[in-house]
Design a protein around this ligand. Structure first.
Ligand SMILES: Cc1cc2nc3c(=O)[nH]c(=O)nc-3n(C[C@H](O)[C@H](O)[C@H](O)COP(=O)(O)O)c2cc1C
Length: 209
């Protein structure tokens, strides 16, 4: 699966099969996460892999009791070491870069999971202090997201995206008039043009003959 297919296929999965996820695959997800860009290349993301049922139950309780949090065989809690960013970039590092870096790492992880046939869901609704206590995070480490991981037991419906709504040209408000296409659509267009070209060429040759 190439990156475009993974982007197109990735959806939030909230129902999982009983099947466990091998540590080797979790390793691949963490590898993908840590390939993400980070401000100053500080790589301040921290990942806590949770398999223990009791810990999952505790996290479920402080994450609005969302069923998929305790149902997923594996949780990966993504946290940021704020001290590292703050030492280099002050408030901006702590308040902005740390979150951005973790978000980039998370998306890499979600796409890698999709390519491996795994389902994930990004969980942002949880009590930070409670998560810190459950996972024994030091004061300077902030939990950013809980990622549920497992083999999908559902196939979400296709998502509608209104591309005309969020792209501007030169300044905010001036619409960027551009057709948003997937790589697949672009390739199909090229193939269609090639077909037309060949058909025309064949017609010409037939006329000459
Ligand atoms: C920052 C953030 C927080 C989110 N928090 C939750 C959450 O607490 N529970 C949940 O089920 N989904 C959560 N999601 C997933 C979104 O609901 C989901 O990405 C969105 O509905 C689009 O669907 P898709 O991921 O299938 O494309 C979160 C996503 C992001 C980026």
């Amino acid at each position: 699966m190439d990156v475009f297919e993974a982007i197109a296929k990735r959806r939030s999965i909230r129902k999982y099969q009983e099947k466990d996820v091998d540590d080797k695959l979790i390793g691949v997800l963490l590898w993908a996460a840590a390939q993400a860009p980070s401000a100053g290349n500080l790589q301040e993301w921290r990942f806590i892999v949770v398999r223990d049922k009791k810990t999952k139950e505790l996290l479920y309780n402080v994450a609005l009791r969302q069923e998929h949090v305790r149902q997923a065989p594996v949780l990966i809690v993504v946290a940021a070491d704020l001290e590292i960013q703050s030492l280099r970039y002050g408030k901006r590092g702590e308040l902005v870069y740390a979150l951005e870096d973790c978000a980039a790492a998370i998306e890499n992880m979600l796409l890698a999971a999709t390519a491996l046939g795994l389902g994930t869901c990004w969980i942002g609704a949880f009590d930070e202090e409670d998560v810190k206590n459950i996972l024994r995070l030091p004061d300077f480490v902030r939990p950013i997201a809980i990622i549920t991981v497992g083999y999908p037991a559902e196939e979400p419906e296709k998502k509608e995206v209104d591309y005309s709504r969020f792209a501007f040209l030169e300044y905010y408000g001036k619409k960027f008039e551009f057709e948003f296409k997937t790589l697949h659509e672009l390739i199909m267009e090229k193939i269609e043009k090639l077909r037309e070209f060949i058909a025309k060429k064949q017609n010409k040759e037939m006329v000459v003959e």
